[in-house]
Design a binder for this molecule. Structure first.
Ligand SMILES: [Zn+2]
Length: 213
């Protein structure tokens, strides 16, 4: 199977898995991934992760201009902003409306510069510091501009009252990191009134030095 045919299948398989586990619902969420020639496959507008067709994905060229297939998701600017600012560190981008991440984005004591308390090493290893951006109307171009303004310094971003956007070096890394964010948000909410013991400052510093944002 060609590289493109394999990537089309993989996008649909990961999307179906996310949908089956309730990590995004209805026609929410979008996934994009780059081919080795720089072109990008992205899920179409209005599509459901449960019912994607590998033959019906949108294709963009290396400059992120539309090439073929159905109309891309209207949240394309989120993806474009990460590809333009993270370059080779962004081989794929995943955006979900996952419940616990959205819940955490709305709480008054969430630190906008570092959303997750340091509870587990994997969140730090896979996500770095997660940045909280304010609320934007879906489809508002300002949303993409706000991600672009981070200048590629963050791989994991949480849009307030909306959901996470995560870039990874490849499709599997981006999906797994997004799952890590949702699981960590859940853990944070489950333990927030229980005074959990966080990782020590030394442990966090060691992990951050080995795994930069
Ligand atoms: Zn969205």
């Amino acid at each position: 199977m060609s590289e493109e045919a394999t990537l089309r299948e993989d996008i649909c398989r990961f999307a179906q898995s996310l949908y089956a586990r309730g990590l995004t619902h209805g026609s929410t969420g979008n996934i994009s991934a780059r081919l080795s020639d720089g072109s990008v496959l992205i899920t179409p507008t209005g599509s459901s992760f449960g019912f994607l067709d590998p033959a019906r994905l949108s294709k963009l060229d290396a400059s992120l201009a539309f090439v073929s297939g159905p109309k891309p998701t209207k949240e394309l600017p989120l993806h474009s902003a990460l590809y333009r600012t993270r370059h080779e560190r962004a081989g794929a981008v995943v955006h979900l409306h996952s419940t616990y991440s959205v819940a955490l984005s709305m709480l008054p004591d969430t630190d906008p510069d570092d959303v997750l308390p340091p509870l587990t090493p994997y969140a730090i290893m896979q996500l770095g510091r997660v940045k909280l951006l304010p609320y934007f109307r879906p489809g508002d171009d300002a949303m993409g501009r706000a991600v672009e303004a981070l200048e590629g310094t963050r791989s994991a971003i949480l849009l307030a009252n909306h959901g996470p956007v995560v870039a990874g070096r490849d499709l599997a890394s981006a999906v797994y990191a997004t799952e890590e964010l949702e699981a960590s948000a859940r853990l944070t909410l489950l333990t927030r009134d229980m005074k959990p013991c966080p990782l020590s400052c030394d442990a966090v510093a060691e992990l951050r030095a080995r795994h930069p944002d």
